[in-house]
Design a protein around this ligand. Structure first.
Ligand code: NDP
Length: 316
């Protein structure tokens, strides 16, 4: 049996990424109800908001689901208390060290997965006691690693270096991409951008439409001095680019970023002044669909591509 399906007690090794401003209970429960693992993104939620989403998710599905805790955000202790109180079975941590939180969550009987962007961090996460890692490549949207290691290079390295299951992320927007990741040795895939442009995503309609319109080359990884982030190029990005051109220091970059840029772009729909975090795979997204349709497309295309690869014409 697939190691990730066994670990999470799910049917299909497809995980919907926890994304700030995009991953409410509606999306997480829809993916879990299809037999994958849905994740509520707590990074953009105040404690009472997360509790409401966890309660509603439990009402909407009797299948396992998870909460993502980006460790660079505030209120982590309160989020953890909510997760333990409501017996959420799985937590995905990201953007920080999993050392402190992993034993606390595991003592409460919760499965812990940490998101990494390098082989060294994968090994450190395994040593910290996590149950699995998400290895996320350069293509991914939102916060990302500094080294620019692509999914194609990262997955085989991580698979070789750790014994725990590896979930591939970054640039996976179709069943074909999923098959490629599995061929590289991953046990499962984590899909973000494709689900950000779903009916159930809490992103603003303007942002969903922008994802659909965006083409190859429209996103860039920037702000490495603060926390590297992949976003769609717009007026806000132009200010950042101009700041780099005049060799602005970290404080100036922080001032340009200001507060709540991500909310302005992804949740309030300001396509020019807001921050629009999305992966390179947005160039493959041509339509906003329901999470269920997206999930079915993945499974169908995965099996079609697999059959194609096993056919006579693929022999050489
Ligand atoms: P900000 O730190 O700029 O602002 C906080 C945002 O999160 C607000 O929109 C706020 O909503 C919302 N929010 C949700 N839950 C909470 C909570 N529990 N406490 C406080 N605010 C909450 O958010 P970002 O997402 O842009 O950045 C997050 C972190 O990442 C910050 O530490 C930031 O410095 C760092 N960072 C981010 C970068 C980026 O590109 N976004 C780049 C570099 C660093 P409301 O407005 O309703 O209060």
């Amino acid at each position: 049996m697939n190691r990730i399906c066994k670990l999470f007690d799910i049917e299909k090794p497809i995980i919907q990424a926890g994304m700030i401003w995009c991953s409410p209970w509606q999306l997480a429960s829809a993916v879990s109800n299809k037999g994958g693992l849905g994740i509520i993104g707590s990074g953009s939620m105040y404690p009472e908001v997360l509790e409401e989403h966890v309660v509603k998710c439990k009402q909407a599905t009797d299948k396992p689901f998870a909460v993502n805790i980006p460790l660079l955000y505030p209120n982590i202790e309160e989020h953890v208390n909510t997760i333990i109180k409501h017996k959420v079975p799985v937590v995905f941590t990201s953007a920080g060290s999993p050392k402190k939180l992993t034993p606390i969550l595991k003592d409460a009987g919760i499965k812990v997965v940490h998101v990494v962007s390098s082989t060294v961090f994968a090994q450190k996460s395994e040593a910290a006691g996590v149950d699995a890692v998400v290895a996320e490549g350069f293509e991914a949207g939102g916060h990302n690693g500094r080294d620019e290691t692509t999914t194609m290079c990262l997955i085989p390295n991580v698979v070789k270096a750790v014994d725990i299951p590896v979930i591939a992320a970054g640039g996976i927007g179709s069943g074909r991409g999923m098959l490629a990741a599995m061929a590289l040795g991953a046990d499962a895939v984590q899909v973000g951008s494709r689900f950000a442009a779903s009916v159930e995503s809490s992103a603003h309609e303007n942002f969903k439409n922008k994802i659909v319109e965006s083409r190859e080359g429209d996103t860039i990884l920037t702000l490495k001095e603060l926390a590297p982030v992949r976003l769609i190029k717009n007026s806000f990005y132009e200010s950042v680019k101009n700041a780099y051109a005049r060799c602005a220091n970290v404080d100036e970059l922080k001032e340009i970023l200001g507060r709540a840029r991500a909310k302005k772009g992804m949740f309030e729909g300001d396509l020019e002044e807001g921050e629009l975090e999305i992966g390179q795979v947005s160039s493959q997204i041509n339509e906003v669909k329901s999470a269920g349709e997206i999930f079915d497309d993945f499974v169908k295309e995965y099996h079609e591509a697999r059959t194609e690869l096993l056919s006579e014409s693929a022999n050489f």
